[in-house]
Design a binder for this molecule. Structure first.
Ligand code: SF4
Length: 468
């Protein structure tokens, strides 16, 4: 009998090798990836366009008997939640391998004008502003329920992606890098991914010293590959795998990027997206339609208007592309105004309280440094991401329930996910505080304040899922 002695780290080395090979496989199979992308373009086009030409589904329509219901379920009940989840698990592989919009934008860029990217386009606030605008506009037009606003919003975004690709860059994804309304959210979630393309600077230098000049890599989302330290901007397309023998797909701790990389450069727009966008505006957007506060505000406003003889805001409607307007489902101007006010109020209230507590936490760690505030905000990404995932999966559950499919453990799963995400954010915060202070009392105070900063968003999700 032969006894093989396995060194303790052998399993880990083997697993690293598996991931390196997976990255190299992606690099060698770019043609397969393009086939996947164009297949996705066809499926996406069919799900987006066909329902617009079909009658609206009746009460007896199920998602397995009606194409419009099926397309709604795929877009909002499956596609969105899974894309968010996959980004947190394996990075932005959706963007690099499956996204039809990215593929169209890059295709157009390969055949377009190839102009230099203008300064206005690289403003770092675009993804946050675009996310906020599309979220509010989606609620105004009931994008989750009707095919026309879905085509208008998603199709409009695809058209803009193609146009930007046609005008700027050569074989690049300028749209995805600077303007896509969800690139900010994906960039945040990718920081949690336990997989990334790792650059080894000494190996890179060694390759340069050896005089080897490999063929340049076309990184479509314009990542400065040599200095890449995080997964936020990388689309995981695999094109740079093996470049100069210094880049490979590798495992890492899901905490690594937030604790050790995210604090090196202050990113105020990411803080706004986390604190105001995901932990405020998104909560309001998912909440308003079931909120008793919204109903009370509407009753109060309607009574005041009628008392003053002003009836038109209660009677006036708008075309479907401004406010929801379908047989049996109509929003008046008052509904629309209150909806916008509710979502903005949630964004401001949650955002202001969370940001104030984060600022106190940053100050409790030592003399004021704005960069520390932004670093602490990064520790909230697990909670912010989990909240949006739960909000979207609420649509999945709602659609399945309306078709008679009950999911008995869903409340338990939601509670577990919210609790784990809150604890994960707390653990990240504790590690981040360790970078700025060695005094345990200061760190504990900062952690307590960040714990309080999480309360508004957690309360918002608890109200939505368990109380209202
Ligand atoms: S750095 Fe660029 S080329 Fe490399 S995997 Fe990421 S997106 Fe692709």
């Amino acid at each position: 009998m032969t006894i093989t002695i396995v060194p303790p780290h052998a399993a880990s080395v083997q697993s690293d090798d598996v991931w390196r090979k997976a990255g190299d496989w992606l690099q060698r199979h770019q043609a397969t990836i393009r086939t996947i992308q164009w297949t996705m373009v066809l499926v996406y086009g069919a799900l987006l366009i066909v329902p617009v030409f079909l009658p609206l589904p009746g009460r007896a329509a199920y998602l397995w008997t009606n194409f419009t219901r099926f397309a709604q379920f795929i877009f909002w009940g499956v596609w969105w939640p899974l894309v968010l989840l996959s980004t947190a698990l394996v990075g932005r592989i959706w963007c690099g391998i499956f996204c039809p919009e990215g593929a169209i934008s890059e295709f157009a860029s390969g055949r377009g004008r190839g102009r230099a990217i203008p300064r206005w386009l690289i403003w770092p606030g675009w993804p946050t502003v675009a996310f906020a605008c599309t979220t509010i506009y989606g609620q105004m037009t009931s994008v989750y329920q009707y095919p026309r606003p879905t085509l208008f919003i998603l199709g409009g975004s695809t058209f803009a992606a193609a146009l930007i690709g046609f005008l700027y860059g050569r074989n690049k994804r300028v749209w995805c890098r600077y303007l896509c309304p969800v690139s900010g959210v994906f960039g945040l979630l990718a920081k949690l991914a336990p997989l990334h393309f790792r650059v080894d600077p000494p190996l890179w230098q060694l390759s340069q010293l050896s005089g080897i000049k490999p063929k340049a890599v076309n990184c479509a989302p314009l990542v400065p590959i040599r200095t890449m330290r995080g997964a936020s901007d990388c689309h995981m397309c695999g094109r740079c795998a093996g470049f100069r023998g210094a880049i490979r797909l590798a495992r890492r701790s899901p905490n690594h990027e937030i604790v050790h990389v995210a604090g090196t450069v202050a990113k105020p727009w990411e803080t706004i997206l986390i604190v105001v966008g995901l932990m405020g505006l998104a909560v309001g957007a998912f909440q308003w339609s079931v909120s008793p506060w919204f109903v009370q505000a509407k009753l109060w406003a309607a009574e005041r208007l009628i008392e003053n003889g002003v009836a038109w805001p209660l009677e006036t409607t708008a075309p479907w592309w401004i406010l929801t307007n379908y047989p049996g489902d109509v929003m008046t101007l008052l509904d629309g105004a209150l909806l916008i006010a509710y979502v903005l109020a949630a964004a401001l209230a949650c955002g202001a309280s969370t940001l104030s507590l984060l600022a106190l936490a940053a100050r409790s760690l030592g003399p004021w440094r704005t960069q520390r505030l932004h670093h602490l905000a990064q520790s909230l990404i697990p909670l912010a991401g989990a909240g949006v995932f739960l909000g979207l999966s609420g649509l999945t559950v709602g659609q399945l329930r309306s078709d008679g499919i009950s999911l008995p453990f869903v409340d338990l799963l939601r509670a577990a996910m919210l609790t784990m995400a809150t604890c994960w954010s707390g653990a990240l915060c504790w590690q981040v505080t360790g970078i700025y202070s060695r005094v345990a009392a200061r760190r504990a105070l900062a952690l307590s304040l960040v714990g309080l900063a999480m309360a508004p968003a957690v309360t918002g999700w608890v109200l939505l899922f368990w109380i209202w």
